[in-house]
Design a protein. Sequence first.
Length: 413
Amino acid sequence: MSPGRPDPASGPAGAPGTTPTEEGVAGDADAPATSGAGPIGRTGRSVDDRSEAAAGVPTDRSKQPAPSAARSTHPRRRVAVVGLGDISALHLAAIADLPDADLVAVCDTDAARCAEVAERLGVPGFASHGELLERVRPDVVHVCTPHATHGLVGTDALAAGAHVLTEKPLDATLAAARAFADAARAAYASAGRKTGVCLQNRYNATTLALRDALASGEFGSPVGARAGLWWHRTPEYYAAAPWRGTWAGSGGGVLMNQAIHTIDLLGLLLGPPLEVAGHAATYGLPVEVEDTAAMSLLHPGGLRSTLTATNLHASNAPVLLEVGTTRGALRIDDGTLTWHPAAAGAAIELAAEPAVDGARAYWGASHGALIVDFHARLADPEPFWIDPDAALPSLAALREVYAASGLIDPRDR
Ligand SMILES: NC(=O)c1ccc[n+]([C@@H]2O[C@H](COP(=O)([O-])OP(=O)(O)OC[C@H]3O[C@@H](n4cnc5c(N)ncnc54)[C@H](O)[C@@H]3O)[C@@H](O)[C@H]2O)c1
């Protein structure tokens, strides 16, 4: 047993636990359900993310090294941020804290927003990412624009010789996401340019501790998982940025924009989903995209996970994620990872998230950690562990749920 780690089978009482996140997987509806692991249900579809993993290339990014502290072994990097809305504040703050990088330019199609940020930060502002890339030639570009623009901006930045850190999801559709992943793979192979995707909940202290707990074997073997996201989004949230409520701009609602992190974690913990079934619908919000969904994922070895997600809850409740094992359950809830032994004995707290202040505390504290790690790993001799291929399965799964629910044309997954 690891020093300091309580005996998972028994041991002293601990506090019950929870973990929050912001904001999936698709398949080929025409493909037969995977056999061998059993039927997945009425709408079960095999997941076809056409990533390296799906193509049989032995790449397992879930086995990448744990996050490291920033290293300053490479020259100062010139960084640009494209898209200056809500999430850009976290990126700009993290860039300002990097010891070996300088913000050199910003871009937003909203002229007033662009001018305000450019003036405040003392860097040139551009209305078009193309102009920024041509005139500034940044080393790294952070993409913080609406979903349907990620592939375009990211691919252009790679072509201009930059490394790219894009916000989730890869793009609004699976086809656009695959094209982005293809471009990222080619840019890495030809010029060593890296692409990372902000699925920052992989860096949550509770996620890291849960992975360690499963890897240790001390808590038994996984038998399945459940997750739930009950959040609150108002009509004003969508009115403030109308792309969020549309299929064209966002490519989805609560699954695409909020629960994608949790779907990603289910795949990280149990293996990329092989099949998916589910249903999504709009019950209460005045938007095109779904506000509520339920889905079931079939993972390697016949393990199943289920997830419920809604933006109709009265508040932003902590995200719940529990992996059941042969010896009990490892549960993340309310920012705490807790071991619940099946045998008699009280729950044991294993890890907790650091406290986060502010209205967006439910986003968690890991954005900065991912940004620091992406920059620190640019000189490493392998792709960033959360690259587009790693981000495809969750997107493929959730787009499959949309197709199965009749919300999108299966040809537009
Ligand atoms: N990782 C997370 O937890 C997390 C949390 C919130 C948002 N996000 C993601 O961040 C991204 C942006 O979300 P947001 O809430 O900040 O949106 P937002 O609408 O507040 O900001 C987007 C900004 O991009 C600008 N823009 C639009 N098209 C552009 C283009 N082609 N070139 C340059 N600028 C353009 C808009 O004018 C706007 O200022 C989305 O992908 C979203 O899913 C991620």
